[in-house]
Design a protein. Structure first.
Length: 107
């Protein structure tokens, strides 16, 4: 049985095994639409598939990038809070030392 495929139901889905498209008879010769080659169709399909497959990976990479920046900001905030605590503690110790020195000088 030698049946040819149609546009809606091609004989094969492999673009390289399909017959190349021929220009129609009602189209003027030398028109702006070039002949379609099957290699271009294959490449575009493969690129599209590759891009589609890489979308979740790109989303995961962006998510991890955001999480890393958030953790870095949180570490900086914690470090700043600890530095302020230590500065207040040092100021209190300095004031105690001044008071003790003033008391020692007064007596």
């Amino acid at each position: 049985m030698n049946t040819t495929g149609t546009i809606d139901r091609p004989l094969t889905h492999d673009p390289q095994k399909q017959a190349p498209m021929k220009p129609s008879t009602h189209e003027p010769t030398g028109s702006a639409t070039p002949d379609v080659t099957t290699t271009g169709a294959t490449d575009s399909r493969q690129n599209r598939t590759r891009e589609m497959q890489l979308i979740p990976e790109a989303l995961a990479r962006a998510h991890m990038h955001d999480r890393l920046h958030e953790a870095q900001r949180e570490r900086r905030a914690m470090s700043l809070a600890a530095a302020r605590r230590m500065q207040r503690r040092a100021e209190r110790a300095s004031m105690r030392a001044r008071r003790a020195l003033a008391l020692a000088v007064m007596q």
